[in-house]
Design a protein around this ligand. Structure first.
Ligand SMILES: Nc1ncnc2c1ncn2[C@@H]1O[C@H](COP(=O)(O)OP(=O)(O)OP(=O)(O)O)[C@@H](O)[C@H]1O
Length: 248
């Protein structure tokens, strides 16, 4: 059995005592490629933030590697500040900062890796362009190049292909498959179920609570998708954590 890299133990995550993800249990083994699916507001982004440690569980726990450098996170495009005056080369180089520190030197080998990452995402010639001048697809390519630099064991992607053209999706999916081939663990929040069926062997279907987690074709069934929609529609936005959690 492959090594466990993440374990959710009856975890509830939320904001201001209002749960957004409820009672999730399960383990992720090293090298798994997992899609996280569910309706709007199902708690998918919240789950990734919990895995990243940006949110502490209201109850239960998430076991993850102690060394934060082993996890990389790509937030939703809307959360990335494109007005920041930084160029493509430097934003890709930022993938190194956890290793070098913000003021650490960049070696010749690092510079070669940065150039290779920019090339791998098809952005040769864009090195000096500030990120505010990039198209949405070019920006996402730059952020994938930064992920390449991070060299993380666990990679979390929040809606990485939303609003991208087919060619960009194809190129970025190829990188995800490359990471999978290298034995890295990838969790991606996705809305395109055809894309999930074609490329993601495992799926967690979330609707505030887990609906099902397992092999993609067994999870993304019409009945599970209807159940997920109903569970989200029935959710009481103002509910507090359960009694048992409050007592904990
Ligand atoms: N910072 C926040 N403060 C308070 N509530 C939040 C915050 N972020 C998310 N929520 C709430 O948590 C719930 C789950 O949101 P989340 O963004 O995790 O869902 P999602 O499945 O990623 O949705 P989408 O597919 O629309 O991106 C929603 O009710 C949302 O309003």
């Amino acid at each position: 059995m492959a090594e466990e890299v993440l374990a959710f133990r009856n975890v509830t995550l939320g904001y201001d005592r209002h749960p957004a993800v409820h009672h999730l249990s399960g383990v992720v083994a090293r090298g798994e490629l997992i899609a996280v699916c569910g309706p709007n507001g199902a708690g998918k982004s919240t789950l990734l933030k919990g895995v990243m440690g940006l949110l502490s569980p209201l109850s239960g726990s998430i076991a993850r590697p102690d060394d934060g450098r082993r996890i990389a996170y790509l937030p939703q495009a809307a959360e990335v500040d494109r007005s920041f005056p930084i160029n493509v080369y430097d934003i890709v180089a930022l993938g190194l900062w956890r290793r070098t520190g913000l003021l650490g030197g960049v070696s010749r080998a690092d510079r070669e890796r940065i150039a290779a990452a920019i090339s791998a995402v098809g952005l040769d010639g864009f090195e000096r362009r500030t990120i505010g001048t990039l198209s949405g697809g070019q920006m996402q390519r730059a952020l994938f190049a930064r992920l390449l630099m991070q060299d993380a064991e666990i990679i979390l992607l929040d809606e990485p292909f939303t609003a991208l053209d087919a060619a960009t999706v194809r190129d970025l999916i190829a990188l995800v498959e490359r990471w999978h081939g290298e034995g890295r663990t990838v969790l991606a929040v996705l809305h395109d179920l055809e894309l999930v069926r074609a490329h993601f062997p495992r799926t967690l279907l979330l609707a505030r609570s887990p609906v099902e987690w397992g092999e993609t074709r067994a999870v993304l069934t019409p009945s599970n998708l209807i159940k997920a929609r109903h569970m989200c529609e029935a959710w009481d936005e103002s509910a507090h954590a359960c009694e048992a959690e409050r007592a904990a």
